[in-house]
Design a protein around this ligand. Structure first.
Ligand SMILES: [Zn+2]
Length: 457
């Protein structure tokens, strides 16, 4: 090492999965990082890092990317309802009572969970984006904010004006790491003129648009009654379809809808856990991929999932397709892992920056602990089963280290950028306050719950 170059960070001796186009893997390689960028990847690099991390044969791969999530505060209450009742009885009252301090607590909780689970990039569609973005400045994660615009019911979301003010303030504030999009919630909660106004502004500011589309059959029936079209046909007619649009769910699509999405290069976020839990249906992922549509994976939210574990999402997302297609070959491991890494990056317009480990890309890297019984055995390259292990056997808790832009956000399971100790009480207090303000406490069973036990203290 006497003639060694210096760089900021070197990860040593990892079982590296680059997720590049060729699917390059290394049995044991180092990754050197300089100024947030990947400088070199290869065995025994002659370079010295100001920080050195020993990967010890563990899996080193690109950070996971959540292509649809809401940084909500509540989970595990008012469960087991279908989507429209769940929205009307739980979400909208809660969202009307939601205040900036709730969003701050929610963002801290969600971002701690993402860092711990190896998620390095997310797109958030929810409330008070400046609060969530401020937490992201501190957490070090890469985030796209598409504040959730809702016309009806009024007060349950952001407005076009508040979203525009956010974009103007934040568009260039944290270059590369925080991006601002528009987030009209859905066709049933936003008017045609709102969508069209957003389309114009998105072009003017050159930002993306994120919306929910064809999530349930109820929604499709509603839109057909209201506009005489499928949700995708309606968006096509009003001029919304295009490469800057990312639609969440897209469960109930006709063959004609698929063609429209493909023709206009619209990206889709697949949310298997949420679709199963809310009994929304099964998205036509093999058909979407066959049509050449960009598809990324998303968790949807803690309220509808109920966690942000992208490993679980990969496993369930693959298995749901196999079951529904009666085809064990449907949605293979490599495809679903790409939907959480390289393809996900392409869906968010970040394909040139992140999603795979290549020289010149931003250093968004995670290390997953393979030295655990539930991940044995790992076979040596080139017959490696590492992709299969990550998709079917790993979970969020197996992530040891999370790095974004070359900055270490978590090392050996210790989060370095947010104060986890203080966060728990903050979240507890904010959640209880939100439950009371929104009147959800009156809906929750407090006594005589079947099978429940109340301890008198
Ligand atoms: Zn959603």
């Amino acid at each position: 090492m006497e003639s060694a170059h210096h760089c900021d960070l070197v990860i040593r001796r990892g079982h590296v999965l680059t997720m590049d186009d060729q699917g390059t893997r290394y049995q044991s390689a180092d990754i050197a990082v300089l100024e947030g960028e990947i400088l070199a990847i290869g065995p025994s690099l002659a370079v010295q890092g100001h920080m050195e991390i020993e990967a010890d044969g563990n899996a080193v791969l690109p950070g996971l990317i959540d292509c649809h999530m809401h940084q909500t505060l509540l989970r595990g209450l008012c469960e087991d309802l279908p989507l429209m009742r769940w929205l009307e009885e739980i979400c909208y009252p809660k969202d009307r009572a939601f205040r900036p301090h709730h969003q701050r607590a929610a963002a801290i909780m969600n971002q701690l969970e993402m860092i711990r689970g190896g998620v390095t990039t997310f797109i958030d569609i929810f409330r008070f984006p400046d609060q969530a973005a401020r937490v992201t400045e501190q957490s070090g994660l890469r985030g796209i904010f598409s504040p959730q615009i809702i016309d009806d019911p009024p007060g349950a979301g952001e407005t076009v004006e508040s979203s525009l003010a956010f974009i103007q303030e934040w568009k260039d504030r944290v270059p590369g790491r925080i991006q601002t999009w528009f987030g009209p919630h859905s066709i049933y909660s936003c008017s045609t003129s709102t969508y069209q106004q957003i389309q114009k502004l998105a072009e003017e500011y050159d930002v993306g648009i994120h919306t929910h589309l064809a999530e349930t059959l109820d929604e499709v029936r509603l839109i057909r009654r209201q506009y005489g079209k499928t949700p995708a046909e309606y968006l096509a007619e009003i001029g919304l379809l295009g490469p800057r649009l990312l639609v969440a769910h897209a469960v109930h699509l006709t063959d004609g809808d698929l063609k429209l999405l493909a023709q206009h290069d619209v990206a889709v976020a697949y949310n298997p856990s949420s679709n199963m839990k809310l009994a929304s249906g099964v998205a036509r992922i093999p058909d979407l991929l066959e049509a050449g549509i960009r598809v990324g994976l998303g968790t949807d939210s803690n309220l509808s999932n109920n966690n942000l574990d992208m490993f679980e999402e990969m496993r369930l997302g693959a298995m749901l397709q196999k079951l529904s297609q009666s085809d064990a070959e449907a949605l293979p491991c490599d495809t679903i892992l790409r939907m959480a890494t390289s393809q996900a990056a392409v869906c968010l317009g970040l394909g040139a920056e992140v999603g795979c480990l290549e020289v010149g890309k931003r250093a968004d890297i995670i290390i997953v602990d393979l030295h655990q019984p539930h991940l044995w055995p790992v076979l040596p390259e080139p017959m490696s089963n590492i992709v299969e292990q990550l998709v079917y056997s790993a979970s969020a808790g197996d992530v040891l280290t999370t790095i974004v832009d070359g900055k270490v956000l978590m090392r050996d399971r210790s989060v370095l950028t947010l104060d986890e100790g203080a966060a728990e009480q903050l979240v507890q207090d904010a959640a209880l306050d939100l439950v009371r303000r929104s009147g959800l406490d009156r809906r929750l069973p407090t006594e005589g719950r079947k099978g429940g036990v109340t301890a008198e203290t």
